[in-house]
Write a protein that binds this ligand. Structure first.
Ligand code: ADP
Ligand code: ZN
Length: 729
């Protein structure tokens, strides 16, 4: 099949009218085109990359029903709700439904009343299910979390193996498989097992540009958390802790300080877990404090931060957990509190692993995590490097290391002191003992081994143990030292270390400065949207969500609200241009949000100018193709803070033309700040005059005030008066 120009327009059209988006995210368009061409697809895309759109969009254009296979029953409902909110006929079929509900879905399937049907792999394997599908009109199979089919992956599910019959049973139906995690090896395995036929391959970058990574030294973590939360008022987030007890303690602590926080761990009843998860989903609680048991069933797109209050066991887990932040593409924070005290706790669990190989792997993974937290190397570069991806560029601009809160210092001498102690004791001792030597500690072991006679004994007395530990960490991180042996690793000097020891090479470290400028902390300020309005729109969203019985982010994402708080759409047609608002949502919710925005603008007339005129360019763009292009342009300049006469000059038009534009805008019910156009006192007098006269001509006004009031002013006051009196009817 050849794509025609018409199809091409169709895709963009649907993107705008159904999903309310202006542009595709990377890879989406190519995937959709291939599906529409009838080709199989295999795509590895990170969380938040926008996988659902890749099958939902073609499903709306293809004949029949698209089957979406998804392993998590808890997510199906959200996905279906979200599709239905966009006006797509969607349904799911899973074990939580009774026989009547299932037959109803079959009936709708038979009568082609479903565009998207979500099922679990277990359902697919049930007797006769495939036959039922064969009797229906199937457009596409979309397989989510496709790595579950591979035994090499970390989440193998035997039920996925049953999906391998699809290409045999439905030879003409395209299959699109998606996952967020697959090494090359797993990728090949998935393609083979699912029998994909020369699929269109996508391996998207694992980079999550909107996530800010940060590591902080852990001291009193509960208070540190509280401080963090004070800088992120009202934002939804997850706090991960390792044990159930610490989850409970932290949740209680936060509650006692007035933070809406709930716990989540495997020790709670299923009922309580569900309740807390739902509360989080519905924005009824701000924070969820959880063990890593929490997260699989979380599709909430507006998680604004993920904090690890304890050291994660491995980088894969850390990436996946932090990946739950900012799915909507808006900025989100990933903060890790790193304290060395956490290492022995994890080692304790690792030591309990009986399989030797497995234990060594676990240790290796732990070391990688410690490395991630203690290396002074761009966090993003490290994370991506872990997945075999090379981050181009020197400064990611999105982590604590790159954002300039660190400075370079020379640690060559300190490094030589440590390595000299290591070398003089025969490279047979661990970190603790070496530090005892350089700090001149008087321990039994030192006396027994006569290490107080070593030349470097006590040379590092001037600094405390913590300092020397950080030097050792740095040397390990930069591969000057390495650790060998388990469970009591000893320090060994590498070639690079020996070059430093003998003065052939210098070594520097990046020292973090803790204090960050406070001003840069508030998200709204940073990204130029009105925070107060955001809070009000959130409240509107929450109200609607509870009426519709869906989570708030399914009504509108944070990103969509942020745009509203930046561009202040005050009519439905302006609202339509906001990202994430398709036709159906516009119809359903547009008015309530427009009303709230106008209300807000009436109360805070200066809001638009405060947010700055920087956004005018962007919205100018979205308004360009209107009939009233020139009127819109005037509006943009006006909103940007310019006066009527300045706009006239800039646009080489007469003031009266500009006034007529503004008049029209007022008539249309757009928000125009009258105080900026006519002195309030003067306006009152003019209004009084209008109200007392039977005719509303302009000449009598100008005459009456004998030159004090211009035609333009009279005209604007009149328009405003008329609009307000009709609005009050
Ligand atoms: P994934 O399944 O890959 O984790 P989702 O499909 O849940 O990601 O999409 C993440 C978020 O991105 C959702 O809120 C979705 O609505 C939004 N999104 C998807 N495609 C686009 C797009 N082209 N433009 C703007 N937002 C998009
Ligand atoms: Zn960086």
């Amino acid at each position: 099949m050849i794509q025609t120009g018409r199809d091409q327009n169709n895709i963009i059209d649907v993107l705008k009218t159904v999903f309310g988006y202006q542009t595709f995210r990377p890879n989406q368009e190519a995937i959709i085109r291939n599906i529409l061409d009838g080709r199989d697809v295999f795509a590895v895309m990170p969380t938040g990359g926008g996988k659902s759109l890749c099958y939902q969009l073609p499903a709306t254009l293809m004949h029949g029903t698209a089957i979406v296979i998804s392993p998590l029953i808890s997510l199906m409902k959200d996905q279906v709700d979200a599709a239905v909110e966009n006006g797509i006929e969607a349904a799911f079929m899973n074990s939580s439904m009774n026989a009547d509900e299932v037959s109803e879905v079959y009936r709708r399937l038979q009568y082609k009343k479903i565009r998207l049907l979500y099922i679990s792999p277990e359902r697919f394997a049930m007797p006769h299910f495939v036959e039922r599908l064969k009797n229906a009109d199937i457009s596409l199979f979309a397989i989510d979390e496709a790595h579950c089919v591979s035994e090499w992956g970390h989440d193998f599910r035997p039920d996925y193996l049953g999906l391998s019959v699809i290409p045999k049973m439905f030879p003409y139906v395209p299959i699109a498989a998606f996952t967020a995690t697959a090494t090359q090896k797993v990728q090949e395995d998935i393609i083979n097992r699912l029998g994909l036929r020369r699929p269109h391959l996508v391996r998207a970058s694992f980079n999550r540009p909107n996530l800010y990574y940060e590591v902080k030294a852990k001291s009193k973590v509960d208070s540190q958390l509280l401080e963090f939360l004070r800088d992120h008022p009202g934002e939804s987030g997850i706090v991960y802790r390792t044990t159930r007890d610490s989850v409970t303690a932290t949740a209680d602590f936060l509650k006692s300080k007035g933070v809406a926080a709930l716990p989540y761990h495997a020790g709670l009843s299923a009922e309580e877990r569900n309740r807390n998860q739902e509360a989080f989903n519905k924005d009824e609680t701000q924070v969820i404090v959880a063990t890593i048991a929490f997260g699989m069933g979380i599709d909430k797109s507006d998680v604004r931060f993920v904090v690890h209050a304890d050291l994660p066991k491995n980088i894969e887990g850390y990436y996946q957990e932090t990946g739950r932040a900012g799915r909507d593409g808006e900025p989100a924070n990933c903060l890790l509190f790193f304290g060395r005290g956490d290492i022995p706790k994890i080692r304790y669990f690792i030591n309990a692993i009986t399989d030797e190989r497995e234990r060594l792997i676990a240790i290796e993974k732990l070391n990688q995590t410690v490395g991630f937290a203690s290396h002074n190397v761009c966090r993003r570069k490290q994370l991506l490097g872990f997945f075999g991806e090379d981050y181009p560029g020197d400064n990611c601009g999105g982590c604590d290391i790159c954002s300039g809160t660190v400075e370079q210092i020379d640690i060559t001498i300190a490094a030589q002191i440590i390595m000299s102690a290591v070398s003089r004791t025969g490279q047979r001792f661990g970190t603790g003992h070496i530090i005892d030597i350089v700090t001149g500690a008087d321990t039994k072991r030192i006396r027994e081994l006569r290490h107080n006679e070593v030349k470097t004994y006590g040379t590092g007395k001037g600094k405390d143990k913590k300092y020397w530990r950080s030097v050792v960490d740095e040397l390990i991180a930069q591969a000057a030292l390495m650790q060998e042996g388990d469970p009591y690793p000893v320090l060994k000097i590498t070639q690079k270390g020996s070059d430093i020891l003998y003065g052939k090479e210098k070594i520097t470290a990046l020292r973090k400065e803790e204090a960050k400028p406070k001003a840069a902390r508030h998200r709204g300020e940073l990204e130029g949207y009105d925070e107060a309005l955001f809070e009000r729109l959130r409240a509107v969203r929450k109200k609607m969500a509870s009426v519709q019985q869906v989570p708030p982010y399914i009504i509108f994402s944070d990103k969509t609200l942020h745009e509203m708080c930046k561009y202040f759409p005050s009519t439905l047609s302006e609202m339509r241009k906001i990202s994430g608002i398709g036709d159906v949502k516009l119809q359903r919710y547009g008015e309530d949000f427009v009303r709230e925005i106008n209300l807000y603008l009436d109360e805070n007339p200066a809001a638009i100018t405060e947010i700055g005129s920087g956004n005018a360019d962007q919205s100018a763009d979205t308004h360009k193709n209107n009939k009233g292009e020139t009127v819109e342009e005037t509006y943009l300049f006006f909103r940007g803070g310019m006066s009527l006469s300045d706009i006239a000059k800039l646009r080489s038009l007469t003031p009266s033309t500009i006034a007529s534009h503004l008049e029209r805008l007022i008539q249309e019910g757009r928000h125009v700040d009258m105080d900026r156009l006519v002195d309030p006192e003067k306006r009152l007098r003019v209004e009084k005059f209008f109200l007392s006269s039977t005719e509303w001509g302009l000449d009598p006004v100008v005459e009456h005030f004998s030159g004090m009031v211009s035609y333009e002013e009279a005209r604007l006051v009149r328009a405003h008066l008329l609009r307000n009196s009709s609005a009050r009817d």
